[in-house]
Design a protein around this ligand. Sequence first.
Ligand code: PEP
Length: 250
Amino acid sequence: MRKSIVAGNWKMNGNLAANAELVTGLLSTRSGSDNVDVLVCPPAVYIPQVAALLQDSNISLGAQNASAFEKGAYTGDLSLSMLAEFGVQYVILGHSERRALFGEDDAQVADKFRAVVAAGVTPIVCIGETLQERQAGQTLDVVSRQLRAVLDVADKATLANAVVAYEPVWAIGTGLTATPEQAQEVHQALRALIAEYDAAAALKVRILYGGSVTADSAAQLFGKPDIDGGLVGGASLKAKDFLAICSAAA
Ligand code: PEP
């Protein structure tokens, strides 16, 4: 019903030689299977390089962040039109590292969401609770607040195309993975929340799990009814591991 997606978030890793090797590895071994959307999100400076390597392939290109503004005095930022010129089709928004290290809040994520959608690019909205919030029993409150911020500005016509990534902060880069049951509980609640805004869109929005997904944990996670694929950090830097995760989603 919903096509799976697996997105690789390279974070601030890579260089010209390593990127070429990684993408070549992905392209040489990826099967022609088209029942999963696969994308990679390199550091912005490498987007032109990776766009050229991916040309005419069945792997898409994403960015890790984008400005909410169109142009002007925003030193260091990159606009959606700039990214789109280089073939960027997806943008990760509100990653927990940007929230924690760069002070991005729900309002900024909502502004960026609006800009991404207006540019015809697909947003991948990241939400997730910290360990402290989970232990305090606040998980659903936190992720609902983060998702509502975006749903409140979403347009009915485009909401169904948006992608949500549930990424418990305690699972990102830690080697700890939410159990498939823990993840499914949250995904189901997120879909129910989307349904409060638009029941038809809720059935179509793809909700990814992220947080130390590996080739070993992927199949069980993706087997849950509301988990539509993964946002993968560390394991996306090795072609073999990333492709195994893509296969688990197919
Ligand atoms: C991420 O960066 O979004 C992520 C999930 O990282 P990792 O897979 O390394 O936990």
